[in-house]
Design a binder for this molecule. Sequence first.
Ligand SMILES: [Mn+2]
Length: 261
Amino acid sequence: MSHSQHSNGDGVINPEPISNIPNGNSKQSLKIFIGYDPKEDVAYEVCRHSLFKRSSIPIEIFPIKQSEMREKGIYWRERGKLESTEFSFSRFLTPYLANYEGWAMFVDCDFLYLDDIKKLVDLVDDKYAIMCVQHDYTPKETTKMDGAVQTLYPRKNWSSMVLYNCGHPKNKVLTPEVVNKESGAFLHRFQWLSDDEIGEVPFVWNFLVGHNKVVEGDENTFPKAIHYTLGGPWFEEWKDCEFGDLWLNELDEFNKESQKK
Ligand SMILES: [Mn+2]
């Protein structure tokens, strides 16, 4: 892995990317922005590890850290009571952080990848401005994680994993000014887009623990990316959650590899 500073061309230095690209040639790589929350640092580390481990294409991973975004002057909105993570709104800076070029992915930190991200990238279609899993989702739980209140809204969970066609003219709407000022409804429901500009990918790329189900014998229902949306095994009360063992195994492996370095 190489560590290098990356400029996006207009004077803003992005968070330090971590990549599997030799010699730092990032032109052909997929930029992946992971929502980072200091309360869930280990979730971020394991998510990143799971991506690199299985990726057959060059990827660059950038944590979206709110404190860094504030220091750089591209994030300034006050935290609202309904924001359960530090990246509730900063996630929508993804096209800006990718310099409005190429495809980039945003993903929450509470994901565990089980398959090669190339298979998701193979599904992108330039006619769309974004692509995501289009859940039909009404959570049964009324609280999540540390008792933060669940909010109900249409397109719930769609914004937790989004492929952004950053060069699409409609995504130019997502300037830092707009991301800092617009409502949760506008941003999380993708109201800067019309419905036909939102593409769909199979649900297995955002497999919601507690909602989506594996159908025995049907490979199309086997998760490729598990989303511990209610809380993952890094929280004591979710240690035994469904698919928790897979995450804990990945953590073990990550820890062993970290010790070797
Ligand atoms: Mn999540």
